[in-house]
Design a binder for this molecule. Structure first.
Ligand code: 5GP
Ligand code: MN
Length: 334
């Protein structure tokens, strides 16, 4: 965050403003944590912020402070559009290309208000008046902490803001395991714990609130897994029929993709999840080390993300999608 950008944001925030804060579609812990953390920070500074999420957030994030005030575009397009159109300022968090908000993209494109982007994905688009974009950070939540600090307002970070920030750092770092977790990350976490953030309770709320159906669905995904040892790759699938069989609710497949990397020697994995309503196969990709799944997702599956965690989609059948993936994997030199 350079001096010029900080000054620009300070000037944008100098008087009370109506501010829309936007996470990406299908918001995860980092998207929700960063938007809600920023929401409470802006409230404290006499602004009028509203978090407008493109669609519903998963149930396992419903305990988060402020989640009850999140405006869901897909549920109430009229009112959401009004909020967006009336905003003096728009923050987009945890994404860097407007198509990541789905249908809401048209509304965002029509707005006159300046945008501020805070994000840690590769290759940011050029839509924001101020762009804080840095792939060195493991989470947007960690960037929000630095952002508040850079504005000279670190002392305003309280237990509530801290809880939001903690959540995204925790989820995007794989519980502090992924390589972008630094000493600074841990020092921020230490600060947050000192503020009273419930560091033991939050992982329980996030990860241990499973249902029997969800575990059975995980079991099915594990049984469907295929392995290509010579290509250090695994993948698995869940069809709409299987999701229905286990009474799938949003969030139930969160984290399932990671099991594919937990086998010794495997450095690339994927999960293909059918979404009959949207007529797509949603794809999540994960890798360990140098293999760049962001490039893979961009090139073959209309997606993107980070080097070690990316996603995309396919509009052909599950069989054809998986066939394409297998053909690609057989050519891979990992
Ligand atoms: P996940 O697999 O957890 O849905 O996503 C992993 C990462 O890839 C996230 O950082 C997410 O932002 C990114 N990602 C997931 N799906 C897509 C997609 O369809 N397009 C792009 N550009 N990025 C995606
Ligand atoms: Mn993130």
């Amino acid at each position: 965050m350079n001096e010029q950008d900080i000054l620009a944001v300070q000037s944008l925030l100098a008087t009370p403003k109506k501010i829309a804060i936007i996470p990406h579609r299908n918001p995860d812990g980092d998207a929700m944590g960063s938007t809600l953390g920023l929401y409470y920070f802006l409230l404290k500074n006499n602004h009028f912020p509203v978090v407008v999420s493109p669609n519903q957030f998963p149930d396992f994030l419903a305990w988060m402070p402020g989640s009850e005030n999140v405006q869901i575009f897909e549920k109430d397009k009229k009112n959401s559009t009004k909020i967006l159109e009336e905003a003096d300022l728009v923050f987009t968090l945890d994404f860097n290309a407007l198509h990541r908000v789905g249908e809401m993209e048209n509304v965002l494109n029509s707005l006159k208000a300046p945008f501020v982007m805070i994000d840690h994905h590769q290759s940011p688009d050029d839509y924001a008046a101020v762009t804080f974009s840095d792939v060195a950070y493991g989470s947007t939540c960690e960037m929000v902490y630095h952002f508040i600090n850079a504005l000279g307002k670190k002392s305003q970070i309280d237990k509530t803001i801290g809880t939001c920030i903690y959540t995204g750092i925790l989820t995007d770092s794989g519980s502090f395991r992924f390589p972008k977790t630094t000493g600074t990350t841990h020092r921020i976490i230490a600060d947050l714990i000192d503020l009273g953030v419930e560091n033991s309770e939050i992982p329980t709320l996030l990860f241990d609130n499973s249902s029997f159906d969800r575990l059975q669905l995980l079991g099915r995904a594990l049984q469907n897994m295929k392995i290509f040892p010579e290509h250090k790759t695994t993948y698995t699938t869940l069809t709409q029929k299987e999701l229905d069989q286990f009474n799938y609710i949003k969030g139930d497949t969160e984290g399932v993709v990671n099991y594919g990397l937990s086998i010794q020697g495997i450095v690339f994995t994927a999960i293909f999840i059918e979404n009959a309503e949207e007529k797509i196969i949603k794809i999540s990709l994960r890798s360990q080390g140098d293999f760049d799944v962001n490039l893979f997702a961009r090139e073959y599956f209309d997606g993107g993300g980070h080097r070690n965690a990316a996603g995309g989609k396919s509009e052909v059948s599950m069989e054809e999608t998986v066939q394409k993936f297998e053909d690609l994997v057989r050519k891979l030199k990992i």
